[in-house]
Ligand binder design. Sequence first.
Ligand SMILES: [Zn+2]
Length: 431
Amino acid sequence: MKTEPGQTVIDNGVLIDGTGAPEIKDGCVIIKDGLIEYVGTRQNAPLLPESIRRIDANGGTILPGLVEAHFHATYFNIRTLEDLDIKYPVEYVSLLASVNCRLALECGYTAARSGGCLFNVDVWLRTAIENDLIPGPRLSPSGREICSAGGLMDWNPEFRKIGMEGLVFIINGADDARKAVRALVKDGVEWVKTYPTGDAAAPDVNDHHTLCMTFDEMHAVVQTAHNHGMKVTGHCRATEGIKNALRAGYDTIEHGTFMDDESMDLLLERDVPVIPALYFEKASVDRGHEFGLSQQVIDGHQETLDGGAASALRILRAGGRLGMGGDYGFGWNPHGDYARELTYFTKEVGFTPLETIKCATRTGAEIMGRGHDLGTLEVGKLGDVLVVDGNLIDEIALLEDRNCFIAVLQGGCLKAGRLAPRQDTRVTVDG
Ligand SMILES: [Zn+2]
């Protein structure tokens, strides 16, 4: 990805650096050749020539670009879960995914870690974004997901005589698990996404207290993935599934819904980040009826929303790490709503705005394995910056409204916001 040559100064705003440190009232960031050269007060900033590019924050907020830590670029705002696997061919899914990537960047998300994808689209999205062919977040790609036969993601009935080729490797045993991971090695993914547990979406045989993989299968996934330098994550709601994942050596935990004392100890011992992704639950409860979800499913989502919120707060207060990502890409939880996750954590779960922003910036970058060059406003890091017209400490929900964005920068390059020419294409419900 290109960086902007020369110097840019951003000032006249409250600066939140993403480390969790208190905000700086009269903040200033200077970017030189794509990298941050100065962060601090305007008063202490070095003298700059009048001619350099200046971005006026208009008394608003200057913060690191956001990181969506559970991103599904290829989920095309589906109307029903079954559509994910069979509705469209890879050609159209790829095009829809590129629109979602542009939208994420316009929403202030300068980086994203994938939570699983259709076909092998993520890897090539990353390539297109890195080559500046399409705009989008710096992407840490996953590939097709892994689930055991009969588990949450194995929903096509036998009589249809089709598998789950677009979305999931269906495995039976540790040998199959290794085989699936080896296919992902060849695909070039960074993350292996698995399904250790069920979900409220499947109340009959794979609900949120059900296990969908054995420990042996999970352990085989981790050993094979780590051998090839890849990382492993998993959809973990049931307590036993969370423990299996932590004991098997998972690198992150998605959801971490029902944490008990023992799972907390295992989590904190290895400092494994958790991505609760609560807004999918919240939207399922609020809008489920509109999309034909049964009352039983909606009640289950309420239970996982409550459990997930309590666990997230407990993890934060115990000193654990959390990433922000809302599992967007469903009709009732569409792309573009990303920052609702941050509002929810601040207004409903009990995080302070600074805590939420730290999770959505620094921890997100750490999850991607890019804590060294992304995620905070610190000297030497990439100039990935979001400038918002308004004070986020007073009103975090401003992040939901792109009209409030003055600038979205990647490596000092102006990519979106009021100062950039605006495009407004998005994937409608159902692709
Ligand atoms: Zn997901």
